[in-house]
Ligand binder design. Structure first.
Ligand SMILES: C[S@@+](CC[C@H](N)C(=O)[O-])C[C@H]1O[C@@H](n2cnc3c(N)ncnc32)[C@H](O)[C@@H]1O
Length: 160
């Protein structure tokens, strides 16, 4: 069954997790600043949850950021720009103000993922296909190089 989603879901708002083969293909991360409280796997060496409020905590090292959806996303992308050492995963809504403000004019590279991702539930089970295509966004040249060389199928575009 294909499941359309936009943040609010029957299993809880914003709790759609990155399929592990994506983070596995991108190397080790020091921090996931927006992580579930009960997670089925690690995405980084250190995690912040909603209880910590990852937006107000110090971001250290190489960060993985699949942020909360909707209006919240732009705050997390602004923090990615400020930190400068992150890979973010968001929907490829390339026409939006958010995409222009925090990606087209600020990121180092993009990898538009082929097809639609199937995000995972907090119990580790895979969900249906997402309602939109996804893009990986690199902040920092080293992260751009990782996106260029990784084996995730899609189209790589360097911006800087
Ligand atoms: C789209 S999910 C991605 C989870 C994980 N980063 C991943 O890649 O699988 C976004 C996560 O952000 C968490 N979250 C929401 N608000 C947050 C906040 N203020 N601080 C930290 N985490 C938050 C949610 O609980 C949810 O687990």
């Amino acid at each position: 069954m294909n499941v359309q989603f936009e943040g609010h879901t029957s299993i809880g708002k914003d709790e759609w997790l990155t399929p592990p083969y994506i983070t596995d293909a991108l190397g080790e991360f020091d921090l996931d600043p927006c992580s579930p409280i009960n997670r089925p796997w690690e995405t980084a060496r250190k995690h912040y949850t909603i209880e910590d409020d990852g937006l107000t905590q110090p971001w250290i090292g190489r960060c993985w950021c699949n942020p909360p959806y909707g209006n919240e996303t732009k705050k997390w992308l602004a923090k990615c720009v400020e930190h400068g050492n992150c890979i973010a995963l968001i929907f490829a809504r390339t026409e939006t103000k958010m995409f222009f403000n925090h990606i087209w004019n600020s990121a180092d590279a993009l990898l538009f993922i082929k097809g639609r991702l199937k995000f995972c539930h907090v119990n580790g089970e895979q969900g249906g296909s997402a309602g939109a295509p996804s893009v990986l966004v690199a902040y920092g040249k080293a992260n751009a190089d990782v996106l260029e060389k990784c084996d995730i199928e899609g189209k790589f575009i360097r911006l800087k």
